[in-house]
Write a protein that binds this ligand. Structure first.
Ligand code: SAH
Ligand code: SF4
Ligand code: F3S
Length: 457
């Protein structure tokens, strides 16, 4: 606890204090912010859609690139006025950036009251209470998490995340995650099954298992637990789950057991995120990724040999220190060779404290920009061609809800994670429908609903 802050009393007057929470990071962050909302709900908080109407404003932050952090400081800057007019407003920074910058956040944004790191978010209610008693609060120490969850707090009725493990031991040279999330800790398989059971009873049909290197799930438990075993048990014990996916995979841990488990469990998603980062062996080595391009290819071959209909997505970093035109050309070739369905491309951003931050950020911004554009254009061409192959095919679609652009249509996803729009009754939401694909556009597939008995695939 830090002292020297004027007393404030956000919870005193209102029966239902109002919280505004915005999350800005990966799925894991989103899950943690749902846990925070669950705690706040239990303590009587009501969620509001704008900071202006809130007693407590919380940002659930990401540190993975500078841009992500700039965005938070931008948001905090915009709150200065509000805080001046209403000194009782409580402003909190949570998540990876809080863990990364700790009390330096107070130096840069003195109107912040609360900084809560990645091990202390479950204590949000007592920490807010400390702020209420006049203290500025810093909570960034490491502590075991309980994962006590309010299953009803989730953005969509039919979908949920399940955090199977936290942290990362890999220390890729560019990456802040091992510093913000700590070392790998897996949750026992029985705890995950129990949590999943509650979610399914509450209407969840699609579950995404989360971990920064999810394929190392269970290794630290040293009792033979693996991701494959978790998938297989969820699949057999919870038949209500129509779709099961996991993110993020690391190419080093693609085992025969996992590939075969995907193949033999039809409700496991046919879409896999397998970040490659670069197509240049020299750069992969400099990044400490732990594989060569040939080893990456072998992981893909293993998967495709067992699961021929698998769609792959990946991440790329462009402009890593020392990346030459030749290195970048190798990335372009690998993208085309693998034929990804989707690529997420990031311009290298030095992160203080990582190994790569000691290197000169040598690739000029304009070059990073151009390489970013080039990879995205290449990917767009490949994605369009992959999508066009679906025309005339019948696909199974897990229906998510009304289409955002045209409420008369439904939207859902194929087993390979492609978005499909079609007309149908709302009663299909949360269920699977059979759709004949008639059109493919740059963003989605468009089709028409087919009677179930015509389903043969
Ligand atoms: N655990 C996942 C990725 C976590 S971070 C994995 O190992 O693949 C998500 C993505 O952000 C990474 O795949 C990488 O492409 C990107 N990224 C991480 N650090 C970055 C940095 N310093 N600059 C730019 N992109 C970065
Ligand atoms: Fe970061 Fe590498 Fe760990 Fe992924 S595997 S979270 S990129 S250190
Ligand atoms: Fe960002 Fe933390 Fe996720 S740094 S990518 S929010 S683990």
């Amino acid at each position: 606890m830090l002292s020297g802050h004027p007393p404030m009393d956000p919870l005193a007057e209102r029966a239902a204090p109002r919280v505004y929470l915005e999350d800005m990071g990966c799925q894991m962050n989103r899950m943690d912010s749902e846990l925070v909302l669950g705690k706040l709900k239990k303590a009587g908080f009501e969620r509001v859609p704008t900071p202006g109407g809130a007693d407590v404003v919380l940002y659930y932050t990401c540190s993975v690139r500078e841009h992500a952090e700039d965005k938070v400081y931008g948001r905090l800057g915009a709150l200065k006025r509000l805080k001046k007019d209403r000194p009782d407003l409580v402003i909190g920074v949570m998540g990876c950036m809080a863990q990364n910058h700790k009390d330096a956040i107070f130096d840069r944004a003195p109107h912040v009251d609360l900084v809560v790191g990645t091990s202390r978010f479950e204590d949000v209610v007592p920490l807010l209470e400390e702020v209420r008693h006049g203290a500025r609060v810093l909570a960034v120490d490491r502590k075991e998490l309980s994962f006590d969850r309010d299953a009803s707090v989730r953005p969509r009725k039919h979908q949920a995340f399940l955090t199977a493990m936290r942290g990362c031991n890999k220390f890729c040279t560019f990456c802040i995650v091992p510093f913000t999330q700590g070392r790998e800790r897996s949750r026992p398989i029985e705890d995950l099954l129990a949590e999943a059971r509650i979610l399914v009873q509450d209407g969840v049909v699609e579950l995404t298992i989360l971990g920064q290197r999810i394929d190392t799930y269970g290794l630290d438990l040293r009792d033979g637990t693996t991701l494959a075993k978790l998938l297989s048990r969820l699949h057999s014990e919870l038949p209500g789950l129509l779709r099961l996916s996991f993110i993020t995979s690391h190419p080093n841990h693609m085992t025969e057991e996992l590939a075969e488990t995907i193949a033999s469990h039809p409700r496991v998603s046919r879409y896999l995120h397998l970040p490659v980062q670069s197509g240049s062996d020299r750069i992969l080595q400099a990044m400490n990724r732990g594989y060569s391009t040939d080893e990456y290819r072998r992981a893909v071959e293993l998967l495709r040999s067992r699961v021929p209909d698998l769609a792959l997505a990946t991440d790329w970093i462009v402009g890593y220190p020392g990346e030459t035109d030749e290195d970048f050309g190798a990335s372009c070739r690998l993208l085309a060779e693998i034929g990804y369905q989707n690529s997420f491309v990031f311009k290298y951003s030095p992160r203080e404290g990582t190994k790569a931050a000691a290197l000169e950020d040598s690739v000029p911004r304009a070059v990073k920009e151009a390489r970013n554009e080039r990879l995205l254009t290449l990917q767009d061409e490949i994605s369009a061609s992959l999508r066009s192959r679906y025309r005339g095919q019948r696909v199974r679609v897990l229906v998510e809800g009304p289409s955002k652009r045209d409420a008369s249509r439904l939207t859902g996803r194929t087993h390979t994670n492609l978005i499909v729009h079609f007309e149908g009754p709302d009663s299909l939401i949360g269920r699977e429908a059979l759709v004949l694909v008639e059109e493919s556009t740059p963003l989605c597939l468009i089709g028409k609903r087919e009677p179930e008995d015509s389903y043969s695939a």
